[in-house]
Design a binder for this molecule. Structure first.
Ligand code: NAD
Ligand code: IPM
Ligand code: MN
Length: 370
């Protein structure tokens, strides 16, 4: 039986709370004899800063490098507001993404049937929704240099962030999007702002070239990212795969979260390039949401985004695609029984705690597995 090496990085706020429910799922898989895991744990974000004065240590980075999959909770919170910028909790997450080359962030937004009334949008707009946002994750304005704040000496300061994209970065993320589309509804919408940004001009040009050379069988359309955001709320079912840069992808995926009922529902996979020799890729699985300081410590966080992120690990890193399908089915089943964490508005539903939701999910999974 395969043994998989996992690194768990719970982080801050609700991170450890939702990670506890993934641990339970891992124990269940182990107890069923489906697979074996070697588990390492590590600190990241504010938790790492409190221990080591760094948002992630080299030792934890080495563990991350050696793992088959990294399972990441969330980082950040008001406690670390005054920490120096380079050591803020979020820097730990950004280092993991950048140093491990996790350039492709897959953010599926699926509206489960039971939640069609829970979105802030009308049922007919979101019912049956299944889109995939492919966010470039290691380039763009997040990492471009210079990135500075300079004192101009006249009572003014100047802040500079730099958006940079090279051809190869756009080519490889475009290929991820086209490959995914081939297994879905065969359509890619590329979003940028070529009307304002040079990086948008290049993005548009390179995606078009990759399409023309390698993916003529896939439908490609281009939308400006601002009206693309509008279309995401107006009629999201026009989309299959959306490919976009780091910053637009960050914003569009939080917007897409509300199509599904809650930010607490959105999982993600952050993937590196496939190694030509080993055929493996580095990968981290992280919910789209953050550390939710407003509800941390109350046992009310929705663990489904974290659990579905682990489901993506089963699919993309651990060769357990069938079990990943069952995790998704178990999520649908729990919701169909009207169990909800407090973040999801549903009339007549039973509100459960984080662990209550985790328990209910395992019960459904057990039934599906039997
Ligand atoms: P957030 O995602 O933490 O929270 C936004 C809102 O959604 C809050 O009202 C929160 O209670 C709710 N929410 C989020 N996840 C939920 C869940 N699983 N269950 C129930 N409700 C949930 O975003 P924010 O408030 O803008 O940021 C808070 C901190 O988290 C900041 O420090 C930010 O930098 C950090 N952050 C971290 C990550 C990450 O680690 N991947 C992602 C986003 C934000
Ligand atoms: C996300 C988060 C991160 C991002 C932050 C915490 C660095 O918002 O994963 O969506 O901006 O990428
Ligand atoms: Mn975000």
């Amino acid at each position: 039986m395969a043994t998989h090496k996992l690194l768990l990085l719970p982080g801050d706020g609700i991170g450890p709370e939702v990670m506890a429910e993934v641990k339970r799922l891992i124990d269940w898989i182990d107890a069923q004899g489906i697979a074996r895991f070697t588990i390492e744990n590590g600190l990241v974000g504010g938790a790492a800063y409190d221990a080591d004065k760094l948002p992630i240590t080299d030792a934890t980075m080495a563990k991350a490098d050696a793992a088959d999959a990294i399972i990441f909770g969330a980082v950040g919170g008001p406690k670390w507001d005054s920490v120096p910028y380079e050591h803020r909790p979020e820097a730990g997450l950004l280092r993991l993404r950048k140093d491990l080359g996790l350039f492709a962030n897959l953010r599926p937004a699926v509206c489960y049937p039971a939640l069609a009334e829970s979105s802030s949008l009308k049922r007919e707009v979101v019912e049956g929704l299944d889109i995939m946002i492919v966010r470039e994750l290691t380039g763009g304005v997040y990492f471009g240099e210079p990135k500075t704040i300079t004192d101009l000496g006249n009572g003014q300061k100047r802040a500079v962030d730099t958006q940079v994209y090279d051809t190869y970065e756009i080519e490889r993320i475009a290929r991820v999007a086209f490959d995914l589309a081939r297994k879905r509804q065969n359509k890619v919408t590329s979003m940028e702002k070529r009307n304002v940004m040079k990086s948008g001009v290049l993005w548009n040009e390179v995606v078009t070239q990759v399409h023309g050379r390698e993916y003529k069988d896939v439908t490609l359309e281009h939308q400006l990212a601002d009206s693309g955001g509008m279309n995401l709320v107006k009629w999201p079912k026009q989309f299959d795969v959306i490919v976009t840069d780091n910053l637009f992808g960050d914003m569009l995926s939080d917007i897409a979260a509300m199509l599904t009922g809650s930010l607490g529902m959105l999982p993600s996979a952050s993937l590196g390039e496939v190694d030509a020799k080993t055929k493996k890729r580095k990968a981290m699985y992280e919910p789209v949401h953050g550390s939710a300081p407003d509800i941390a410590g109350k046992g009310m966080a929705n663990p489904l985004a974290m659990i579905a992120s682990f489901g993506m690990a089963l699919r993309y890193s651990l060769e357990m695609g069938e079990l990943a399908d069952k995790v998704d089915q178990a999520i649908a089943a729990v919701l169909a029984k009207s169990l909800r964490t407090a973040d999801i508005k549903s009339e007549g539903a039973t509100v459960v705690s984080t662990s209550g939701m985790g328990e209910a999910l395992l019960k459904e999974l057990q039934a599906l597995h039997a």
